[in-house]
Design a protein around this ligand. Structure first.
Ligand SMILES: [Cu+2]
Length: 158
């Protein structure tokens, strides 16, 4: 794939990280609808009985932009999109997924926060996430609960 240099500078780090992440074997959940593909979806085992985070890779393989508009789960009361800004978590309303680009939800950046879990997120469990996109609609992904370090590995370069 040929990418104009200006474009590469803008999206370079995200795309390269995604390429690396997409290559190593995954234990994470995946789903696809339309141009959107989710992979490496994981929930790190949480010390909290009611809250946990979730990570994943979102790829837009189409020629038109899309955006993540919300996430829900039958296993949690609420799911929020958070962004780390200056070491603090902030609520994000939505997330643009540009055409041909990949966006990683991972520690230190955007991530999902699950609140009011029906049961504690313990390794070996699975949590279902309904991820809503403006164009692709709803993708249902089953995210395994992994030990924290394994979950972080899942969304990190090897
Ligand atoms: Cu958060």
């Amino acid at each position: 794939m040929r990418v104009p240099l200006k474009e590469l500078r803008r999206v370079g780090p995200v795309v390269m990280l995604a390429a690396i992440t997409a290559c190593h074997p995954s234990r994470g959940g995946s789903a696809a609808s339309g141009a959107i593909r989710i992979s490496h979806a994981v929930v790190p085992a949480s010390p909290s009985p009611t809250d946990a985070s979730a990570f994943m890779l979102i790829e837009n393989q189409g020629a038109a932009p899309d955006s993540l508009t919300g996430v829900s789960s039958p296993d949690a009361e609420t799911v929020m999109l958070h962004e780390m800004v200056d070491n603090r978590m902030e609520m994000a309303e939505g997330l643009a997924i540009p055409a041909g680009a990949s966006v990683l939800l991972a520690p230190g950046g955007y991530h999902l926060m699950l609140h009011g879990l029906a049961r504690p997120a313990a390794a070996g469990d699975t949590i279902t996430l309904q991820v809503h996109f403006a164009q692709a609609g709803e993708l249902v992904v089953r995210a395994p609960v992994l030990r924290y370090t394994d979950a972080v590995d899942e969304v990190s370069p090897p």
